[in-house]
Design a protein. Structure first.
Length: 119
């Protein structure tokens, strides 16, 4: 089994910054692409940012220029640096990873970390 654990959420004022982390743990696995998703109350889950094994990134238009996704493959860790936060960024943020174990490729999700931005 593989586990993803997010951390770094919290309450911040508009214009502030937070850094989310996602650490993967388990036995005999390799991580392919990873991404951050978020779900605001009453809204559908949306992709925030995505990063490949090689470090290629893409972002939702609403966060481009403010958020930076990165990863440390040696540590099986992914980060999301969130700057210039806005109240509309308030959501539960989830880590996602495409993981290979043996011949099986499947998606794993973290439990989520809450980000609340006050105006």
């Amino acid at each position: 089994q593989v586990q993803l654990v997010e951390s770094g959420g919290g309450l911040v004022q508009a214009g502030g910054s937070l850094r989310l982390s996602c650490i993967a743990s388990g036995n005999s696995f390799s991580i392919n692409a990873m991404g951050w998703y978020r779900r605001a109350p009453g809204q559908q889950r949306e992709l925030v940012a995505h990063i490949t094994t090689g470090g290629s990134t893409n972002y939702a238009g609403s966060v481009k220029g403010r958020f930076i996704i990165s990863r440390d493959n040696a540590k099986n860790t992914m980060y999301l640096q969130m700057n210039s936060l806005k109240p509309e960024d308030t959501a539960a943020y989830y880590c996602n990873a495409a993981v290979t174990r043996g011949l099986v490729l499947r998606d794993y999700w973290g439990q989520g970390t809450q980000v609340t931005v006050s105006s």
